[in-house]
Design a protein around this ligand. Structure first.
Ligand code: 5SP
Ligand code: FE2
Length: 217
C-alpha cells in the first residue's frame, strides 16, 4: 500500500510570497507540493507554467516532491518542459488528449511518475486500458479552488481503487478538508490534495497538520 500523504496545492497560496508559503507546509511535514497548471482552454483559468516549477524546484531543493497537475489541452506537447523544470510527477487528464498512452510515455521519458486524472463526469474505463504510476480522481470540477467536495466521490474513489490495484498511489483533488479527508481515505485514497483548506487559512502549517490528523481517523 502506498504511503499516505496530504499534498498542499499552491493554487490557493499567496503567489507574491510563494516560497515562504510553501516553506510553512514543508516545515509542518509536507513532502508533496501539488502544482495546478491551467491553460484557459481545458479549464477557463490560466495559472502557471514551467518557469514557476523551476523556481519552486530551486527553492525547495531536491528532496521535495513537486507533483504537477496539468489541466491543459494536448499535454503531450508540454510534459518535457515540466519534466526539465523539475517536476517529480506529472498528471495529465484523460479528457485532454486523444493520445493518453503517448502522453504517459512522454512523462516517463522525462523521468517523472506518469499520472492520469479524470473529471467527475468521466467514466473510469480508461484505467482499464493504460498502466499508470499514479491515479487522480477529481472530487470537484477542475479549474478552481474552494469548491465543495462532490458527495458521490467516495463511490468513484472505491471503483478507481479496484481498477488500479493496491499499489498505485490514488490521489483525490478538490474539496479535501478535515471534514472530508477520512471519507476519502476510507474509500481508498492515499494522497489527499488540499488547497484552500491549507493555504486559505491564517496558519497553513497547522491546517496541514489538522488534515493529516483527520485522514488518520
Ligand atoms: O486541481 C485543482 C482544481 O482544479 C485543485 O488542485 C485545487 O487546488 C483544489 O483546491 P481545493 O478544492 O482544495 O480548495
Ligand atoms: Fe489539482
Amino acid at each position: 500500500m502506498p504511503a499516505r500523504h496530504v499534498a498542499p496545492s499552491i493554487l490557493s497560496a499567496d503567489f507574491a510570497r510563494l516560497g515562504a508559503h510553501v516553506d510553512e507546509v514543508i516545515a509542518a511535514g509536507a513532502h508533496i507540493i501539488h502544482v495546478d497548471v491551467m491553460d484557459g482552454h481545458f479549464v477557463p483559468p490560466i495559472t502557471i507554467g514551467p518557469i514557476i516549477v523551476s523556481a519552486l524546484r530551486e527553492h525547495v531543493g531536491p528532496d521535495i516532491d513537486l507533483d504537477v497537475h496539468l489541466m491543459i489541452e494536448r499535454p503531450e506537447k508540454h510534459v518535457a518542459d515540466f519534466a526539465s523544470a523539475g517536476a517529480t510527477g506529472i498528471t495529465i487528464h484523460a479528457e485532454a488528449t486523444p493520445h493518453v498512452l503517448y502522453a504517459l510515455d512522454a512523462v516517463r521519458e522525462g523521468g517523472c511518475r506518469a499520472g492520469l486524472a479524470v473529471c467527475p463526469a468521466t467514466p473510469l474505463t480508461v484505467f482499464e486500458e493504460v498502466a499508470v504510476d499514479q491515479a487522480l480522481c477529481m472530487t470537484v470540477n477542475p479549474g478552481w479552488g474552494g469548491q465543495p467536495f462532490i458527495p458521490t466521490s467516495p463511490d468513484k474513489i472505491r471503483r478507481l481503487r479496484a481498477l488500479v490495484g493496491p499499489d498505485v498511489p490514488l490521489m483525490v483533488d478538490g474539496g479535501v478538508s478535515v471534514k472530508t479527508a477520512a471519507a476519502c481515505v476510507e474509500a481508498g485514497a492515499d494522497w489527499l490534495v488540499a488547497g484552500s483548506a491549507v493555504f486559505g487559512t491564517d496558519d497553513p502549517g497547522e491546517a496541514f497538520r489538522a488534515i493529516v490528523a483527520a485522514a488518520a481517523g
